[in-house]
Design a protein around this ligand. Structure first.
Ligand code: HEM
Length: 280
C-alpha cells in the first residue's frame, strides 16, 4: 500500500496516471473511522483576531453550533480566518475537546452530545469490520490477544481496552485506530494511515477529471492554466476572499514562524484568471 504515489513534488507538466479500474468513491472505513480522527484537532475556543493579530474576542464553539450567521457579523469572517491561521490546532491524540464530547449541539441546554460516542456508534451502525481485521487488511501485525498490541498501543491504553472489551477482536476500529502511536512523520497511527493513503490515492487516480490530468485535451486545463493554478495558495485564497485581510503568512496551514512570517497579501502569488478568458 505504502508505495502508492500520492504527492508529486514540484511537477512541471500533466500527471497522467488515471486508472479506470480504481473507484474514486469514499471508503466507509475512511469516512466513518479514519478521517474522523481529526476531530482530535478541534479547538473548543476560536480566537477572532484583529489585523495586527491581537485578540478581539473568543468564540466558544458550543455557543455557535448550527448558527453560521456569526460569520456575517461585522468583521467576524476576517477575524476568524486570521484566528484559524494563527491559533495552534489541538494536539492529535486520543483526547478530544470538551466542546465536542460534552457540549456538541448544546443549543440553550447546559450540556450537549458526545461526538466520540457518536463516532463509535456510527461505526457499529455501518457495520465496520473491527480494528484487528483492518490491521490484517493493511498487512500490519495481527494481534491474537490484548498484549500483542504493545508496540503500537501504550500499556495504559491496553489495560483500558482489556477492561472494556472481552476479546481483542471486538475492539472497534474507531477506538483502536485512535489509540495507536503515530507513524513516523504522520499525524496518524499505521492503520489509519493505511486507510487514508488508499483513499487519497483512489480519489486522485480514479478520477478522470482530476485537475492535473491532461490525457483528454478537450477537458484538460492548458499547461499555462495548470501552471498558474499551481501558484495558488491557501494564504492568497484567504487574502482574496477576506473582506479586509491585508496580511497573511505564505503557508497558511502552518503556524507563523521565522521562516513563515506574516507578509503583505500583495506579495503572495495569485492565480492568473485571465488565462480562462475566451478568445473571440
Ligand atoms: C468544529 C468542527 C467539527 C465538528 C463540530 C464536527 C462534527 C461532526 C459531526 C456531528 C459529524 C456527524 C457524526 C455522525 O452523526 O455520525 C461529523 C462527521 C464527520 N467529520 Fe466532523 N466535525 C468537525 C470537524 C471535522 C474535521 C476537522 C474533520 C477532518 C479533518 C472531520 C471529519 C469528519 C468526517 C470524515 C465525518 C464523516 C462524514 C460522513 O461520512 O458523512 N470533521 N463531524
Amino acid at each position: 500500500m505504502l508505495e502508492k504515489k500520492i504527492i508529486y513534488k514540484n511537477p512541471t507538466d500533466y500527471i497522467n496516471d488515471y486508472n479506470p479500474k480504481i473507484s474514486a468513491s469514499i471508503i466507509n472505513e475512511f469516512a466513518t473511522a479514519a478521517y474522523r480522527y481529526f476531530h482530535t484537532l478541534i479547538r473548543g475556543r476560536l480566537d477572532v483576531l484583529k489585523e495586527n493579530r491581537n485578540l478581539e474576542r473568543v468564540l466558544r464553539l458550543s455557543d455557535w453550533f448550527n448558527r453560521p450567521s456569526v460569520i456575517e457579523e461585522r468583521g467576524t469572517f476576517d477575524g476568524l480566518a486570521r484566528g484559524l491561521t494563527y491559533q495552534p490546532e489541538d494536539k492529535a491524540d486520543q483526547y478530544f475537546d470538551k466542546e465536542i464530547t460534552q457540549y456538541l449541539f448544546r443549543d440553550n441546554r447546559t450540556k450537549g452530545d458526545d461526538l466520540r460516542a457518536t463516532d463509535i456508534q456510527r461505526g457499529r451502525d455501518h457495520r465496520l469490520a473491527g480494528y484487528v481485521a483492518l490491521r490484517r487488511y493493511c498487512g500490519l501485525s495481527e494481534p491474537k490477544n490484548f498484549d500483542d498490541l504493545s508496540g503500537d498501543i501504550s500499556e495504559s491504553n491496553i489495560k483500558a481496552l482489556k477492561s472494556l472489551y472481552k476479546s481483542v477482536y471486538d475492539i472497534d476500529l474507531t477506538v483502536g485506530g485512535v489509540l495507536e502511536e503515530h507513524a513516523p512523520g504522520a499525524l496518524l497511527g499505521p492503520t489509519y494511515l493505511c486507510i487514508s493513503l488508499i483513499q487519497f490515492y483512489n480519489i486522485r487516480v480514479g478520477d478522470r477529471f482530476f485537475y492535473e490530468n491532461g490525457e483528454n485535451k478537450n477537458i484538460a486545463f492548458t499547461p499555462a492554466q495548470l501552471a498558474t493554478i499551481r501558484k495558488g495558495s491557501m494564504a492568497r485564497l484567504i487574502c482574496d476572499n477576506g473582506i479586509n485581510i491585508k496580511r497573511m503568512q505564505p503557508r497558511a496551514f502552518e503556524l507563523v514562524s521565522s521562516d513563515n512570517k506574516i507578509v503583505s497579501c500583495q506579495t503572495l502569488q495569485s492565480v492568473d484568471l485571465s488565462l480562462w478568458k475566451e478568445s473571440k
